[in-house]
Unconditional design. Sequence first.
Length: 282
Amino acid sequence: MTIVEERRVDAHQHFWRYQPERDAWIANDMAAIRRDFLPDDLEGVLADAGLHASVAVQADQSLDETRFLLGLAGEHHFVNGVVGWVDLLAPDLESTLETISEDPLLVGIRHVAQAEDDDWLAREDVAAGIQRLARFGLTYDILVYHRQLPAALTLVDRLPSQPFVVDHLAKPPIRAAALEPWATNMRELSRRPNVWCKLSGMVTEADWRSWTPADLNPYVDVVLEAFGPERLMFGSDWPVCLLAADYSEVVDAVEEVATTLTPAERADIFGGTARRFYGLST
């Protein structure tokens, strides 16, 4: 029986019009990405790497950016979904969600929790805000450093019905070649069936100038065993990935690991999981 590979999806990329004051997180050593990155910049490299669709994820914490991304997605057919931002602690959260969720291309919400106190996701008021997403069918992307995984565990245990995905494998210490306690915490997270994980953001956690796929493999092996291909999805983290690799190198690094998998498992990682998790139409 021949398995026909479905359309392949990049489940994590960004767009922005660079503004130095707003985008102060793009530091001096990140000059390669201190410019505009828009759909016309991505479409060609996406196609050249054999991918067909993408999910645009917020980088700036503003409703203006959420609307900006939704506008781009509406104009460019390959952008199949948007993970936007809302103020989860705002008193008018419900009405804001009602308004922005009218656009069917909004598939999820993310907050840059890595920039907050390490226990931010464990707060009851944060969980209460995220709990409101369920009414609108929205997922939640967990963006944390590995040291913040205990707080993420507290959050997902409070909301066992909310679909979560961990961005960038929770930024493990690849540069230091250390696995623990990251691996133990990720295995614990994987025991919650409402939690998925993105194979994304790894090259910028490694040494930008000298990384090899072999540096990434131990971390991919942990999440592959813990979550299985059915809860893992490829994401490029373009254009941030350009600090350490070009787009095709990021794809090739994950494809190299996936060569040991079945065609159906590879299809999950490169599209099937993202389609199920985000409810994409592609």
